[in-house]
Design a binder for this molecule. Structure first.
Ligand code: F6R
Length: 266
């Protein structure tokens, strides 16, 4: 694994600060590759929670390169993506299903029925039961070996947006249909050709299944994440900053961030 520039221990979580985004992404990819290899051998399968967005693109490129060079197989991998817009067709280029096919699934040996993304086409009356079923699939697979996360500028993880819930209520949130926060729709405007075109709702894996993962790798890159990173790591545990709920499971969380995203840590 590439050496990290410096390591911090904040709120019991491991925080590695890298000189640049490429090195942080490579470290994240190598952790995922190690988990895939180890769990494939010890349990006969590796169960991953995967993220989309701009942050993990370099991670998937590295995983595809490892696969192409014969160093990594996804034959034993089961994956569960964090979120999907609702409603959306899987063929829509803005769908997270399309993103995953483009950046990872189309290029590796993962079976189609092992690569799960929440379905943006389910009838609305069945969205809740589809979401609950997704949680049951994860549990039936023995739980997540590793959950990969990004962080929103508002501190969201998945599309678990800031709320006024109590900490206990927020920690219990299951996979479900949600409305996106204004900061999230504003950040998605570039993908949809304007904020007015952003699909305002999404299915998201809940806080409860995220915190239940056996290990969590959260990547934050760039100065626009610095405030959310500092609030999540050094602020109070609160549903106002969903990533701060990771402080409740410190031993299994690895933050991989670049110097720009670390700027507001004190
Ligand atoms: C994506 C997801 C989101 C993103 C977050 C950061 O599946 O769950 O929480 O990780 O919005 O997005 P980027 O990486 O585009 O800055």
């Amino acid at each position: 694994m590439p050496a990290s520039a410096r390591e911090l221990n904040l709120a019991g979580a491991s925080v590695e600060v890298f000189a640049d985004a490429a090195t942080a992404s490579r470290n994240a990819a190598d952790r995922i590759a190690s988990t895939i290899r180890e769990a494939s051998v010890t349990r006969g399968k590796a169960v991953l929670g995967l993220a989309t967005g701009s942050t993990p693109i370099a991670i998937y490129a590295r995983l595809v390169a490892l696969h192409r060079s014969g160093e990594l197989s996804f034959a034993q991998v089961r994956s569960y993506n964090l979120d999907e817009y609702y409603p959306i067709a899987p063929t829509d280029p803005n769908s997270y299903r399309a993103y995953m096919q483009k950046h990872l699934f189309d290029h590796v040996d993962i079976a189609p029925n092992h690569a799960h993304v929440l379905d943006g086409t389910v009838p609305e009356a069945f969205a809740a039961s589809h979401a609950a079923e997704f949680d049951r699939w994860i549990e039936a697979d023995g739980g997540l070996d590793l959950q990969l996360l990004g962080i929103g500028r508002n501190g969201h993880i998945g599309f678990n947006e800031p709320s006024d819930l109590s900490t206990e209520e927020a920690k219990a949130l299951p996979t479900r249909l949600v409305s996106l926060h204004p900061v999230t729709t504003s950040d998605a405007a570039k993908d949809f050709g304007g904020e007015a075109n952003v699909i305002p709702r999404a299915l998201t894996v809940g806080i409860r299944p995220i915190l239940a993962a056996r290990s969590i790798v959260i990547l934050a890159l760039g100065a626009n994440k610095a405030e959310a990173v500092a609030a999540a790591l050094q602020g109070p545990i609160t549903a106002r900053v969903p990533a701060s709920l990771l402080q409740t499971v410190p031993g299994k969380v690895a933050w991989l961030i670049d110097e720009a995203a670390a700027k507001q840590l004190v």
